[in-house]
Design a protein around this ligand. Structure first.
Ligand SMILES: [Zn+2]
Ligand SMILES: [Zn+2]
Length: 304
């Protein structure tokens, strides 16, 4: 059974909350551990509306310090404390995020009931964030009006699959199976069985890339290449390409182009401008240009 790997969208609007849409926030579930990406205003209300188990959130990743991506943090972090959280929380973000959080908690004289570990990154380079054996995260630079980074969440292959036929053929013991799955040969007195003979590679490891906010940027391609699922902002439709360029955002057509060049056939779009009261037009205009296009919707869970 493959491990759970899915994304639930909690906020899919740009700038301000309108049309019942909220600013950016997503929850990634990998193997029953939760990771938050961006935390716009209203996130804690969305968490309770969609019954997210907030105690399972161990890491929060913030792409940049525009309000629609981080103004939900003070309320959320304080509420964790009111809920008597004791589990450590790691907060990853661009330079400045520590000052933002420390200042708010200092002036309101707030004390947290848990350890908050704030880690700042240089958004000009790609960073790898150590997580656990089966899961890793890399950041990559994005071009926006202030320092911004994207994230790629990767499943890592930690063990090979065993061929059931070969278990019977060689009468493999439990220990021998464990050895082969780790990629080591089975050494018996009479002979050695190479691990390649009894194992095979599991399916291609899955990955999810998150790009919000960014101008249309071909330099993203190598970082997100062949992701199983891509989230790319599409603040505007293509008639507003000039506005996208000016405000350093992306249009639907530009995001489709990035997906195509990155060999990605499944994409969620979001970060919609408040001028669109009905976002189904994004599906209408984009669906013929990619195998699977999801117009991001709050409360919906997408499989990676
Ligand atoms: Zn934004
Ligand atoms: Zn922004």
């Amino acid at each position: 059974m493959p491990k759970t790997f899915e994304v639930t969208i909690l906020g899919v609007n740009s700038a301000i909350p309108v049309h019942k849409r909220h600013p950016s926030c997503q929850i990634i579930n990998f193997d029953n551990e939760l990771f938050m990406v961006d935390c716009g205003e209203g996130t804690q209300i969305q968490i309770s509306r969609y019954k997210i188990k907030s105690n399972k959130i161990s890491h929060i990743f913030i792409s940049h310090l525009h309000g629609d991506h981080c103004y939900g943090l003070p309320g959320l972090l304080s509420s964790f404390s009111l809920g008597r959280r004791t589990k450590k929380l790691s907060l990853h973000g661009p330079k400045g995020i520590k000052k933002f959080i420390d200042t708010i908690f200092e002036v309101s004289q707030a004390h947290l009931s848990y350890t908050l570990d704030i880690i700042e990154y240089d958004t000009e380079i790609s960073n790898s964030i150590p997580m656990k054996d089966s899961f890793s995260v890399t950041t990559f630079p994005m071009k926006h009006r202030i320092p911004t980074m994207g994230f790629r969440f990767n499943e890592n292959i930690v063990s090979l699959n065993i061929n059931a036929e070969k278990i019977k053929e060689h009468l493999l013991t439990v220990d021998e199976i464990k050895t082969a799955k780790k990629g080591k040969n089975i050494v018996r007195k009479e002979k050695t069985i190479p691990f390649e003979e009894v194992t095979f590679l599991p399916e291609k490891p899955r990955s999810y890339s998150y790009c919000s906010d960014t101008v249309y940027d071909l330099e993203l391609v190598p970082f997100i290449k062949e992701s199983s699922l891509l989230y790319h902002e599409t603040t505007y439709l293509d008639d507003l390409t000039h506005l996208a360029k000016e405000r350093m955002h992306t249009t639907l057509g530009q995001a489709l182009d990035i997906a195509k060049r990155s060999n990605i056939d499944k994409m969620i779009v979001g970060h919609f401008s408040s001028r669109y009261s009905d976002t189904s037009i994004f599906l209408k205009e984009g669906k013929d240009h990619i195998q699977t296009l999801y117009v991001g919707e709050e409360g919906i869970t997408y499989t990676v």
